[in-house]
Write a protein that binds this ligand. Structure first.
Ligand code: MIC
Ligand code: SF4
Length: 644
């Protein structure tokens, strides 16, 4: 049978189930990655499951999110992560080594393998030919211990690229065009495969930028072929031995084909407050800009940074603009320093930021009130920058750098600046001294637990009956940033009772307190939502903290993949309305009951709720596999695994 790339990788990793669209499959995971903001809890759960060592080919623990280190909390987490990595056989990437996805692409990504990461942008690895998937920390902990990763066998869409990017048009514009085509919702269960002659015109980092922002479309992953360009990149990283060819069979089938002519694209921006609101730069020209941030896991490769430096060289950043630049990895930073590019950036007036997530997650460099901020990262959700009323636009480094000089949105093709046609280097500077490989001490390593390191929270079994109350009704496209804010709150990731105080903080600041009171009174808390609930980040805290607050169910018109899986993992029922119009009939404060709550879930029957205020039934679907039903009724994956 002719296979596409996705089918080839999935088939060679399939351990349970069949590759029949929509059916649950269990696949073997070759590599895992964690980052500190999700990783600390992932390793605490790894320990709680009683696992003794990792069983993957490679697991890496990165520290890149919480590097601001105000107070002791972040540093406590870092030390915990370092010690736990040494104990269980995980490679530890020290703070300062760079952003997980950028470093993984440079040093570890391997074509044809599977990568599971506790970060929604793990699909960046698709740029090097990996089926790279984002998941909650608990799923990653299970995979580290040798367990399978379960997901629905996907629909595969081919994105057939033709032509070639024109000067000033970037990989970011390709993925913004894709977002315009597919939007940010309705793509659950889809994997994208890029192909066609245009692929040959894209470097590995450009492919990685495109794969990275597949996360914003809600697709499970995006995969590129592994070809000579991939081989050259890996050779330049001193890793030619890890290369293998990967291509679709001629005549392979796809569920949908999307044609995209690279030559026809032009510079674009995603406008506030969604990556899916895409406009051409020519439509935004002239709008004043207050802040520009260049970096993040989407656009911080060597070429992105060299291009930025070349544009800035010999010019001065507009005095009304604050420009921050965060090279994606220590490798990139060291190379910029050696090439003199760092000097060009500093001379122009740029502020150099750490090689970390930083501005992207809003834990520093927040813009001023009501400002316009141009950023090269992947998400512009309201408030994510740390400033509630900032207007964040997502653009390529080329557009960002030109705007930083002009002080306003400028079509770079008309800027008068010479286009910097930077080439990929023939060899990268390889210095792995910030990667600590597990040593001989292994199991004997003592784990460091500072006062910021808590216990993973536990949950009761699913109650037999639901005695529920609607605590909050929210609309469509609620992101995990709405549910569980990051930014200044990030440092509480290892302390669930504290972090839980901030659930829905910017939507309804009373939510957490009300939930705790109602939980104490024995009521089961319920959230009601519209379409595409749980977009964005993979943070399992957006399920774990609501679990701690006594939330037992989320009723929504539809869910995003990672969040739905996280809800299950923490024993919260993700229910979809049989009749979406029932959403309109529900109000906060409504009492919802169900006599055979656990039994219906256990048997996979429709869940019939009763609204005490109206007397009306609310029929919900809980479409789960037998394995998922067992997890839900056990009160979550930790209980299910440990047999509690
Ligand atoms: C993000 O970009 O939102 C994050 C922060 O990287 C998250 C992970 C987290 O919340 O720790 C993600 O994308 O999964
Ligand atoms: Fe870090 Fe931002 Fe990438 Fe998330 S999207 S991993 S916060 S750089």
């Amino acid at each position: 049978m002719k296979q596409n790339i996705v089918e080839k990788i999935l088939a060679s990793h399939l351990k349970e189930g069949e590759l029949i669209k929509g059916r649950e499959i269990g696949i073997r995971i070759d590599q895992t990655l964690t980052q500190d903001a999700t990783g600390t809890m992932a390793y605490l759960q790894f320990e709680a499951m009683g696992l003794k060592e990792i069983k993957t080919d490679l697991s890496v623990s990165y520290v890149d999110h919480n590097t601001v280190q105000i107070g002791f909390e972040n540093a406590d987490d870092h030390k915990y992560l370092q010690s736990v990595a040494a104990k269980y056989g995980v490679v530890y990437s020290r703070p300062g080594n760079g952003i997980c996805h950028q470093v993984h692409l440079e040093r570890f990504g391997k074509p044809g393998t599977t990568l599971l990461g506790s970060d929604s942008h793990t699909p960046t690895g698709g740029g090097i030919g990996q089926v790279a998937i984002g998941a909650g920390g608990l799923d990653v902990a299970v995979a580290m211990g040798g367990g399978l990763f379960y997901t629905a066998a996907p629909k595969v869409y081919l994105v057939r690229l033709a032509g070639e990017l024109q000067p000033w048009v970037a990989a970011k514009d390709v993925v913004l065009k894709m977002l315009e085509t597919l939007s940010t919702k309705g793509n659950v269960g889809v994997m994208l495969e890029y192909g066609g002659p245009g692929v040959k015109k894209l470097s590995v980092p450009q492919r990685a930028t495109i794969a990275n922002m597949g996360a914003e479309m809600g697709v499970t992953c995006s995969v590129f072929p592994s070809d000579n360009i991939t081989k050259k990149f890996m050779k330049a990283q001193g890793r030619e031995a890890d290369w293998s060819e990967l291509k679709a069979d001629r005549g392979a089938k796809y569920d949908r084909v999307i044609d995209l002519d690279l030559s026809a694209l032009e510079p674009m921006a995603a406008c506030p407050h969604s990556p899916g609101i895409v406009k051409k730069i020519s439509e935004l020209e002239g709008m004043a800009v207050d802040q520009v941030c260049i970096g993040s896991c989407t656009n911080s490769s060597f070429k992105d940074m060299m291009t930025t430096a070349e544009i800035l060289k010999g010019h001065t950043v507009n005095r009304e603009v604050s420009l921050g630049i965060a090279p994606g990895s220590r490798q990139v930073l060291q190379m910029l320093a050696r090439k003199g590019a760092l000097a060009a950036m500093l001379d122009s007036g740029a502020r150099l930021l750490e090689s970390a997530c930083g501005f992207c997650i809003g834990n520093h460099f927040s813009p001023k009130s009501g400002s316009v901020s141009l950023r090269t990262n992947n998400r512009n959700f309201e408030g994510r920058s740390g400033t509630a009323d900032a207007q964040v636009y997502l653009v390529s480094p080329e557009v960002a750098a030109v705007a930083a000089l002009a002080g306003k949105f400028t079509d770079p093709r008309k800027s008068g600046i010479k286009y910097p046609a930077i080439k990929e280097p023939g060899s990268f500077l390889v210095d792995d001294s910030f990667l600590i490989k597990p040593g001989a001490e292994g199991a004997a390593t003592e784990i460091f637990r500072g006062p910021n390191i808590g216990e993973p929270p536990s949950n009761e079994k699913m109650p037999e009956q639901l005695d529920g109350e609607v605590m909050l009704v929210v609309g469509d496209k609620i992101t995990t940033d709405h549910i569980m804010p990051a930014g200044a709150r990030l440092k509480y990731r290892s302390n669930v009772p504290k972090y839980a105080q901030f659930v829905f903080e910017n939507v309804d600041a009373t939510f957490s307190k009300r939930c705790l009171e109602s939980k104490a009174a024995g009521t089961h808390n319920v959230i009601v939502a519209g379409e595409s609930y749980g977009q964005g980040s993979s943070r399992e805290h957006a399920a774990m903290c609501p679990m701690y607050l006594g939330v037992k169910a989320v009723l929504a018109k539809s869910f995003e993949r990672i969040h739905a899986a996280n809800l299950l993992n923490f024993g919260i029922a993700p229910l979809t309305f049989k009749n979406p119009a029932d959403y309109d009939a529900l109000q906060a404060g409504d009492k919802l009951t169900c006599g055979d709550w656990r039994a219906s879930a256990a048997e996979g029957k429709p869940v019939m709720l009763k609204n005490a205020r109206t007397g009306a039934p609310v029929e919900c679907v809980c479409a789960l596999s037998a394995r998922q039903r067992a997890i839900l009724t056990a009160g979550g994956l930790l209980n299910h695994t440990t047999g509690k």
